[in-house]
Write a protein of this length. Sequence first.
Length: 437
Amino acid sequence: MFLKRFIFVNWGNIPGLEFEFGPVNLFSGGNGSGKTTAADAIQTIMTAAHENLFQYNPGQDETTQRGRGGKRVRTLASYVLGCDDGSYARLDPTDGYLVAVFHPTEDETADPFTAIIAVRAWLDQSANNIVARQDDALFFILPGETLSLSHFVREDKAGKYVTPLDQLQTLLIVEFGKRAVEKYETKRAYLRRLYGALRGLRDAVSEQEALAAARAFSRFMAYKPVQSINKFVSEEILERKDLGEAIRSVSSQLKTIHAMERDAARLKGSITILEQARLQSQRYIEEWIDLNTLDYTLAQHSYQQRQQEYLSAKKLQEELRRTLKESDEELTLSKQRSEQVHDQLVTLEAQRIGVPALQQKDELETRLRKEEGVLVEQAKRLLLQDNALQKNIQFSDQIKNDLLAADLVEELPQVADLKSAAICKQLLEQGRRAEIN
């Protein structure tokens, strides 16, 4: 990247203009012509006037930043108000702009961009000495856009006027879009994005890198005699390194590497375990799929079997319904026939009542049923008497056997003289003759 255009608006004693830079540029002129004022403007863009980074050289000691020769120390606010040895060209609150347009070199592929620093300053006359005060400062980066003086010094019917600081962002967003206008609240954030854009990046660099680059640029701009380019680079451009800090950093990194090796070993073991778990899970999933497939097959077979049974039952149900319907029809027909037979029976009964022979037959049947009932009762009593007789005969037969026993006759000889056995035998013969069928 190289500086293609620079715009000054209310900066020192330089009138509002835009300056086009070439490959090599030379500032020349008499004292007070604005050479270092222009150089300080470029330095302000590159350092954001950051504390301990920038050095406003004119009329100052290059190492202490203190005024010499009775000249006052220059500040960002005094530049905006046009201060020259205590006299101010702008007494009212003033908005000043520094704008740098950067373009890529021939071998770069990055897009051009514009960096803006906007400052509002005013004079504090409350004390004995008049002091320039800074009221507000805004920092912008517009990637891919190249602005001109007309964006900061506008013209209407009343004439030309400087774009108010509080309207700048809105006007830029209206013209270029919100995504093209990057606003930064702090100097460090602006420097990070500025040096990221100078490197062709779409993002910011680290804060340490941005501050180091700004410090190197500021030291390069300081007016000092150069005795040796090597000494100048080593003392002014390169940062001094603390080897002890570097050693501690390397030691810390080695410890980190050892810890990472241990973590890697643990991770390797964990990966092995996870691989085994993956294989087990895969095996489990396959078995689970086989089991569920089998269950599905069995369920499908059972469903088809139940479906077949359902169809058979449905067919049987239809046959039963048809049979039931036929039975209902037959039952209805039978009821009709039964009613017809009943009517015929009633008719025949009525006819029978009018015949004398039939009436006599009915009376004889009634008497027969009564006599049969009496006979049954008498037969019951006779059967009871027969049962009692059979028991007596049984006991008499037992007594006879006992009387005929030889051991009883030997013990009781007088039993033989009583002729008890003959009596029992006669009783038994009479009882058998009296058996009833």
